[in-house]
Design a protein around this ligand. Structure first.
Ligand SMILES: [Mn+2]
Length: 442
């Protein structure tokens, strides 16, 4: 792949002298950080380009792309290779599944091209970084490695091989092992209260419980403020871990302690997960433009992203409250819950809402949580499976979607699809049947 990257970069530099470039990137953290790396590297190389950030790569969008430009896709494109035949020249920087062979006009840079024995899960921002490094061999793009780390954290990359190691070595990053609450760089009372990724019963969302846990762990205020996770000494840290484990008895604690990536951002040490969460919030509320400006270093965008992030958290709280209180929009089965939120929860956050519910201690292992929200043209459906009991989300959605038209995709624990609004009732019946049937098999 080294070869493919360096040849691709040379090829790109030659071709972009004579043609304009359009970059199309995905709107999640990995996509936006990829776009920001590409943006900075292209500016430095004096490349004439414009940029579009999209929620998904729709066929009609691909077919409407200008035919006289070089198109660079990042964090998407590998599933649409056969649609590029009318385009001038295409570069795909992506890590999603490759569905068909690339056409002669397409340069595909994707870790799935690595032989099985060398396969490494490199996120798109990581590949974009390696590509940017190849664009200027003098090393002037090395500062972009930190953005790749944010993409890596956003996409929960787990396998670290030679490529990811190269990125980690180049980046200005500090890696610490610690409790998976975040941000690790802010006062603990806040990160414990809002720790939606790792629910601590009696603590998450409960400020009294938070203070009790801190008191028990012997963590006190210094200058009126609680220490942050990364500032704890060893003893405080181990007492806190004990307190958390006691409260999470019976829950899956295998990922309780994991790597925490700290990167320099705007001159300050930040928890990569928090930057990722901010980017994500901007994109989900339709402001990927702000997320991108934030990543390339705009102070104004940094402030704006902060405000959007606050709104976003508020929106999630209201959405969860809606799920809790609304009776007519919920169907509760033995091993499944269906939330048909219609227009009460935004389509861009329904996936996050079902994820939070699946991480909470509310539902038992194996429960299928299905959320449905209206979007501009149809209904967005998200399915999550609590824990890991062998029930496969993508199999359930894939099975149901045999009888409906619309895009779908996913993996073991999470899957989703979009359907037409006319199919709402029929889909509900069909998915209910499938969830009841799939629970019988378990
Ligand atoms: Mn990605």
């Amino acid at each position: 792949m080294k070869e493919v990257i360096s040849r691709g970069a040379q090829n790109f530099l030659n071709l972009s002298k004579d043609s304009k470039v359009l970059v199309v990137s995905h709107f999640d953290t990995d996509g936006v950080t990829s776009a920001s790396i590409i943006c900075k590297a292209f500016k430095r190389a004096n490349i004439n380009f414009s940029m579009k950030i999209v929620k998904s790569l729709r066929d009609d969008f691909v077919l409407s792309l200008p035919k006289d430009r070089i198109i660079v896709f990042s964090d998407l494109g590998s599933g649409s290779l056969e649609l590029f035949s009318d385009l001038l020249k295409v570069f795909v920087i992506d890590h999603h599944e490759i569905k068909t062979k690339p056409l002669p006009n397409t340069v595909l840079i994707n870790p799935h091209l690595l032989p099985d024995s060398e396969y490494e899960d490199i996120c798109s921002a990581g590949i974009a970084y390696l590509f940017s490094k190849a664009l200027s061999p003098d090393g002037s793009n090395k500062d972009l490695a930190s953005l790749a780390i944010i993409g890596m954290v956003g996409d929960l990359v787990k396998t670290i091989g030679p490529y990811n190691n190269e990125i980690l070595t180049d980046a200005d990053v500090i890696i610490k092992k610690g409790l998976q609450i975040y941000p690790a760089t802010r006062p603990l009372n806040k990160s414990l209260e809002y720790s939606s990724r790792m629910i601590i019963p009696g603590v998450t969302g409960d400020i009294k419980g938070v203070l009790k846990l801190l008191r028990e762990s012997g963590i006190t205020k210094v200058d009126g403020k609680f220490k942050s996770l990364i500032d704890l000494d060893e003893e405080e840290n181990s007492r806190l871990i004990t307190g958390v484990i006691l409260r999470r008895r019976g829950l899956d604690n295998s990922r309780l302690i994991d790597n925490i990536y700290l990167v320099k951002f705007f001159g300050k040490l930040e928890d990569a997960r928090e930057i990722s969460a901010k980017i994500n919030a901007c994109s989900r509320l339709g402001r990927s433009d702000i997320a991108l400006s934030f990543c390339v270093g705009s102070k104004k965008a940094r402030k704006d992203s902060e405000d959007i992030y606050a709104d976003y958290k508020q929106m999630l709280v209201s959405a969860l409250r809606f799920v809790d209180s609304s009776k007519d929009s919920k169907i509760v089965g033995n091993d499944y819950v269906i939330i048909n939120a219609k227009d009460q929860i935004r389509d861009t956050i329904i996936g996050t809402v079902t994820s939070i519910l699946s991480f909470s201690s509310k539902y038992k292992e194996g429960t299928a949580i299905l959320g449905m929200s209206y979007n501009e043209s149809g209904i967005k459906v998200s399915l999550r499976i609590v824990g890991n009991n062998g029930r496969k989300a993508h199999k359930i959605i894939g099975g149901v979607m045999k009888n409906f038209s619309g895009e779908w995709g996913g993996h073991d624990n999470a899957a989703g699809c979009t359907i037409s609004r006319d199919d709402e009732v029929k889909f509900l019946e069909s998915v209910k049947h499938s969830l009841e049937y799939s629970e019988l098999k378990v």
